[in-house]
Each structure stands twice: as C-alpha cells, then as structure tokens.
Design a binder for this molecule. Structure first.
Ligand code: NDP
Length: 444
C-alpha cells in the first residue's frame, strides 16, 4: 500500500466521527501524491504525514456566561494549534452552533497550507465555539466573549498564537475579546487581528478576503486568456467575504447578481446594490427580505438556490459544502467557466472533480481566500513596529500577495505535471515550505 493510502486509512480510523476533517485530509493528501511518491521512504520513516495530520495541541474548554434573564448558559470553546513549523499559529475564531472538534480541525488543517501559500511567517490554527451570536443582545455577546477569553488567554500571545475573526466573529466580538485579554494580562499587544482601527487594526483588513478573492480570480482568468470585465458573477453568502467580493467584482467591471444568507437568497438582475446590502447586513443585522423590500426589481427566494442562476463565474462565500454535485452540474450546463472559493471548503469533493473534469477553472479556498489571513499578518507587522500603513499600501501588498499565490500554485502544478489543476498546485506549493521547515526542525 502506498504511504498516502496508509496514512489516509490511519486518519480515518482515528477521526471517524469528524467527516469535515476527513474530507479536508482526503483532498490534500490525494493531491500531494506526486510529491509524496518522490520521497516515499524518507517521509514514511519520518512519519511526516502522521505528524502533519495530528494537531500539535487541541484545547477544549467550558464557557459559562449569564444571559439577559439571569440564566446561566454554557458553551464549549475550542482552540486547535495545528502546526507552528513556519510561524506562530494563526487562524480565526468561528462562533456558530455547528462548531465542533471536527469542524475546527478541518479549518485548522486547511489553514496550515493557506498560511504557507501567503509567503508570510504564520503557522496554522483555528478556534471558536458553538455559541450563536445571532439574536443575542450586545451585553450577552460581551459576557460570552469575556468568558471565552478568560480561558483562551492562557494559550495565546502575539508571538505564540494570534486568533482572528471568522463566521460570527466580527469587529464587535474581536473588540470584547481584546479588551478582556488586555485586562487580564496587562499587555497591549497584537494578540488578535481584525481589531478596530482605533486600537491597532489594519486598514483594508475588513475588505481583504473578498478583495483578495477577486485579485486571484482576475489573475487566474488573465492567465487563461479571459477577461473579468462584463462577466456575470453569482455569489453566495452575505457576510464579510461575500460583501467585499461583490464590491471588488463591480470595481473590476463584472456584474454580481446574487447573494444569500442562511434562510434565503437574492437575485438582482440590475446587479447587487452593495451599499444597501451593507446597510441590511452590517448595520441592521437583518434578513435579506429587507434588501428585497428596498429593491422592487430584485427577487427573494427562501432556501438555497444561487447556483441555478446563469453565470460566467461562481464565488461560493458562505460556508463549507454549500456547492454539491447537482449544483456543479447546473453551473456547467449554464456555461459557468470559473469557480473561486471565498469560503473554506464550500465545494464538495465530488463537485470539485466534476467542475475540473468539465474544464471549469477552479481556485480552491486555501489559495483564493488567503487574502484575509495575509492581511492579518500585515496587521501583526504593523502592531510590531507600532505603525499604521495607509489603505493603499495595504491593498497594494494584498494584491501583490494574491498574484504571487496564483503564480506559485500555477508553477507547482506545472512542475508536477498537473497543469491547470489549481487544487493540487495550491496543496503542493503550501506543503513544500511547511515540510522543509518541519524537516529542518527535527522530530518535534
Ligand atoms: P460571516 O459570518 O460574515 O458571513 C457568513 C455568511 O454565510 C452569512 O451570510 C451567513 O448567513 C451565511 N452562512 C453561514 N453559515 C451558513 C450555513 N450553514 N448555511 C447557509 N448560509 C450560511 O462570515 P465570513 O464572511 O467571514 O465567512 C464566510 C466563509 O469564508 C467561511 O467559510 C469562513 O471560514 C471563510 N473565510 C473568512 C475569512 C474572513 O476574513 N472573514 C477569511 C477566509 C475564509 P446569515 O447572515 O444568515 O448568518
């Protein structure tokens, strides 16, 4: 049996109840076959893949807090410090009822390669809780965030582990967590990213993931002789990533016509009104029915459905496994020629294969959405030098990073004879740097 198959079997046995983690490992290890096969004996002896798929540390803790009725609530907190070979752990905190060990592990594992692809010195980690900020008062969110940080602070620091936002963790939550960290430790340091501008945040961090997604998509299209101008774009999600992806797509001359949230979706044939979407989602924290109410030409539908809209480019920006094989078939039948993942693992393995087999340009999330973490690393640099860069400086660095990511993964795919397979290219390019550092640092 090949070394990859041996490790896949072992990982399946050890993590049987974590389907999302198994899915992520399956995708990465399968696409790394050409690299592993070249060094099979050496890697087996070093147990390199066993070490790569086992987190350095997993922390799970109780988060008790008091709601507005005086009732004590208990949530579970997580921080998984997956791999620190190339830098301090870095990765977001997800606050969503679906959070469990397997979800955080899949995100942490993906983060290792994503962070490596940015070219910046950051290791892989992820955390969060099954707490749902939706429908909670500001005081309840603060009570939760303070309790969460009262435990988490023991394990993080500007040079050890630097969490950030993710689903459910925006500027408000980061602010409350930062305040509590500072209160307990007395340290005013860059321990979290995605901070407000008045206390160490970086300009362009809010926009970074969505903008970065479009910079990479644009580069991928150019390198395949296509132009983004005038193209119809279908986007899922209506959160941080989706909003700024829609905005940058418009700036580049494309026309995004959809967005969605966990209850329904919008088709706006005139193009999404970003200012209105921001008002509904960022300010009012309301449902998309409010968007429809203000735009008579737009359609609102309950449930899932953005992938049924005819488009040239699809950008899944909501959550994992939101684009399945049936959606992939519909996209191909409708003439979609590029899919770039703004969310983490939004496309199922079967759908990814189908898209690739049908010659759809496919940019995986670990490359396409790396702009967020890259700009978080730029926030860390600014905190360390106690300086703030201008929006234009950060945006220019972000663009440069995204273009380089695409070139590196394109090059890696070509070097291993899988030209055009950007999933393999991203995994190989991310893997090479991490493995080099792991081997240099010995058995740790
Ligand atoms: P937000 O919480 O800001 O937005 C998430 C959006 O997706 C919301 O519109 C939400 O709907 C919708 N959504 C969430 N869960 C589900 C679900 N189970 N089913 C249907 N819709 C859902 O998160 P972000 O925009 O920050 O993150 C989106 C994705 O991008 C995630 O996969 C995240 O890991 C990834 N990502 C984010 C980065 C960042 O910088 N923010 C960086 C890299 C990756 P509703 O409004 O109803 O809650």
């Amino acid at each position: 049996m090949s070394y990859v198959d041996e490790v896949l079997e072992l990982v399946k046995k050890k993590n049987a109840s974590e389907p999302e983690f198994l899915q992520a490992v399956d995708e990465v290890l399968n696409s790394l076959r050409p690299v592993i096969e070249k060094n099979e004996e050496k890697y087996r002896k070093e147990a390199l893949l066993e070490r790569l798929t086992e987190p350095e540390r997993q922390i799970k803790f109780r988060v008790p807090w008091v709601d507005d009725k005086g009732q004590v609530q208990v949530n579970t907190g997580y921080r998984i410090q997956f791999n620190s070979a190339i830098g301090p752990y870095k990765g977001g905190l997800r606050l969503h009822p679906s959070v469990n060990t397997g979800i955080i592990k899949f995100l942490g594992f993906e983060q290792i390669f994503k962070n490596s692809l940015t070219g910046l010195p950051i290791g892989g980690g992820k955390g969060g809780s099954d707490f749902d900020p939706k429908g909670k008062s500001d005081r309840e969110v603060m009570a939760f965030c303070q309790s969460f940080m009262t435990e988490l602070y023991k394990y993080i620091g500007a040079d050890t582990d630097v969490p950030a936002g993710d689903i459910g963790t925006g500027a408000r939550e980061i602010g409350y967590m930062y305040g509590q960290y500072k209160r307990i430790t007395g340290l005013y340091e860059g321990v979290l990213t995605g901070k407000g501008l008045s206390y160490g945040g970086s300009l362009a961090r809010t926009e970074a993931t969505g903008y970065g997604l479009l910079y990479l998509t644009d580069e991928m299209l150019k390198s395949n002789g296509k132009d983004i101008k005038g193209k119809t774009v279908v986007v899922s999600g209506a959160g941080n990533v989706a909003i700024y992806a829609i905005q940058k797509a418009q700036q580049l001359g494309a026309k995004p016509v959809t967005c969605s949230d966990s209850t329904g979706w919008i088709y706006d044939p005139d193009g999404i009104d970003v200012a209105l979407l921001k008002e509904v989602k960022e300010v009012k924290r309301a449902r998309l029915t409010e968007y429809k109410a203000a735009r008579p030409n737009a359609e609102y539908h309950e449930g899932k459905g953005v992938w049924t809209v005819k488009c040239d480019i699809a950008l899944p920006c909501a959550t994992q496994n939101e684009l399945d094989i049936e959606d992939a078939k519909t996209l191909v039948a409708n003439g979609c020629f590029a899919v770039a993942e703004g969310a983490n693992m939004p496309t199922t393995l079967e759908a990814t294969k189908y898209l690739q087999q049908n010659k759809v340009l496919f940019a995986p999330g670990k490359a396409a959405n790396a702009g967020g973490v890259a700009t978080s690393a730029l926030e860390m640099s600014q905190n360390s030098e106690r300086l703030s860069w201008t929006f234009e400086e950060v945006d220019a660095k972000l663009k440069n990073i995204m273009v380089n990511i695409f070139r590196n993964l394109d090059d890696a795919a070509k070097r291993y004879g899988v030209e055009g397979d950007y999933v393999a290219g991203a995994n190989i390019a991310g893997f090479e740097k991490v493995v080099n550092a792991m081997e240099a640092q010995g058995i740790v």
